[in-house]
Design a protein around this ligand. Structure first.
Ligand SMILES: Cc1cc2nc3c(=O)[nH]c(=O)nc-3n(C[C@H](O)[C@H](O)[C@H](O)COP(=O)(O)OP(=O)(O)OC[C@H]3O[C@@H](n4cnc5c(N)ncnc54)[C@H](O)[C@@H]3O)c2cc1C
Length: 388
């Protein structure tokens, strides 16, 4: 086994694997990814995996739009499936958020994103199963949908391996070793050492353990989000679009032919000790909200669920940057509840930063690490950060 690599990536979620793939596409083949468990075993494997573009900031909307097209055409690009399913996405807001929604849609349209404000009557033509008497505003994105986060992650890893990269699972990194302000190596928990001059931390909620020893103290907080599955009555409710229900503070999407999957909740927890199941009270409350929004699902029933971790920053937006003060150390962290949909472009942009010195496809300076100390945080036009 080699004990050197041109680049070492720590973390085998969608971000680490997408960066790995993009580096190999840019000609960096001597690249090693370390994953402490198995690929996609962190937040990625628990993701609701909704792909939509409705955000308050141009950078996230643009990354989501370009990533959507890459996930849709994933098989052609990588030779592996992504499980992309086009369902359309409706965002529903209350009267108090109508102006914010219209501003967001105008911004997204200026970026070329396929979205528009629709009336309740328009929406019911597209999606007659929905019930929106309380909607103050609705936007609809016909091209949105969901993908399979496990397939995307292993697809990137496999395509990178085909390009010459190495992936080591069950190989936790214990430290990034720095001397005179430069990376020298990455040490694994088993004591082995990989010599390298470039390392990239994409370790999701575990990232602070690798970054804090280098003076990088951006607060990355783990937040528990619950995913609740409801068996859908197939005959009366064969499918439906994805709904971002800002009014009721949850989202839901169809899954295969007979399930609807709800995403809800923002509980502060610790990384190694949180309830991975769903809470009965949340199930009851969320199912009532789902029935309100889609009455025919009243004939459905609870089929189980799970919880996973968002890794949030103070503005709920990621950090894509070099780690200040350490030559050769990069990070892609803090993706909150919307990282999966950005994953393809995160890989592209971080690989550009590593190989060319800065990202060139999009201007990602709004996602720089120093924005927190500069007080230049990104803001949401809504009160519910995860939805936009
Ligand atoms: C319940 C839930 C629902 C979500 N829904 C959506 C959604 O609908 N749409 C969307 O876009 N996003 C969604 N997200 C967010 C999205 O899933 C995440 O932002 C994204 O998966 C983050 O990917 P990541 O690679 O940064 O982190 P992770 O997937 O957590 O990957 C980090 C990896 O690093 C590994 N690791 C950690 N420490 C070490 C170490 N020391 N050495 C080696 N490996 C290490 C971990 O084992 C892990 O596999 C959701 C998240 C959750 C939890």
């Amino acid at each position: 086994m080699n004990n050197t690599a041109e680049v070492v990536i720590i973390g085998g979620g969608v971000m680490g694997c997408s960066i790995l793939y993009h580096l190999t596409q840019m000609g960096v083949r001597d690249v090693l990814l370390l994953e402490q468990g198995v690929l996609a075993s962190g937040s990625t494997g628990r993701s609701q995996a909704i792909l939509r573009m409705h955000y308050s900031n141009p950078i996230t909307s643009a990354m989501a739009w370009q990533s959507l097209k890459r996930y849709r055409d994933f098989q052609d690009e990588t030779g592996h499936p992504s499980g992309f399913t086009n369902t359309g996405y409706a965002v529903i807001v209350g009267p108090e958020d109508r102006d914010a929604m219209e501003d967001n849609v105008a911004m997204q349209r200026s970026l070329g994103i396929d979205t528009s404000v629709v009336s309740p009557e328009d929406l019911l033509e597209i999606a007659p199963m929905l019930n929106v008497p309380d909607a103050g505003g609705i936007a609809f994105e016909p091209q949105s949908g969901y993908a399979d986060p496990y397939l995307v992650t292993v697809g990137y890893a496999e395509a990178a391996r085909e390009n010459g990269a190495q992936v080591r699972q069950r190989s936790p990194a214990s430290s990034v070793d720095v001397e005179d302000g430069k990376i020298r190596s990455v040490t694994l928990q088993d004591g082995s050492v990989i010599h390298t001059e470039t390392a990239l931390v994409a370790a999701g909620p575990w990232s602070p353990r690798l970054l804090e020893p280098h003076g990088f103290h951006i607060p990355l907080e783990p937040i528990r989000h619950q995913v609740i599955m409801v068996r859908r009555p197939e005959r009366t409710l064969p499918s439906h679009p994805i709904v971002g229900d800002i009014l009721q503070e949850l989202s839901f999407r169809p899954h295969s032919t007979d399930l609807t999957v709800i995403g809800v909740g923002e509980d502060s927890v610790t990384v190694d000790d949180y309830s991975q199941g769903v809470d009965p009270e949340t199930v009851k409350d969320s199912m009532a909200k789902l029935v309100h929004r889609m009455p025919a699902i009243a004939d459905g029933y609870f089929r189980g669920g799970w919880s996973g971790l968002f890794t949030i920053t103070p503005d709920w937006h990621p950090i894509l940057d070099r780690v200040p003060g350490v030559d050769g150390l990069f990070c892609a962290v803090g993706f909150s509840g919307h990282g999966f949909k950005l994953g393809a472009m995160v890989g592209q942009l971080m690989a550009e930063m590593v190989t060319q010195g800065s990202a060139s496809t999009l201007d990602i300076t709004p996602l720089r690490a120093s924005r927190f100390e500069e007080g230049r945080l990104l803001t949401s036009r809504y009160r519910y950060n995860v939805l936009a």
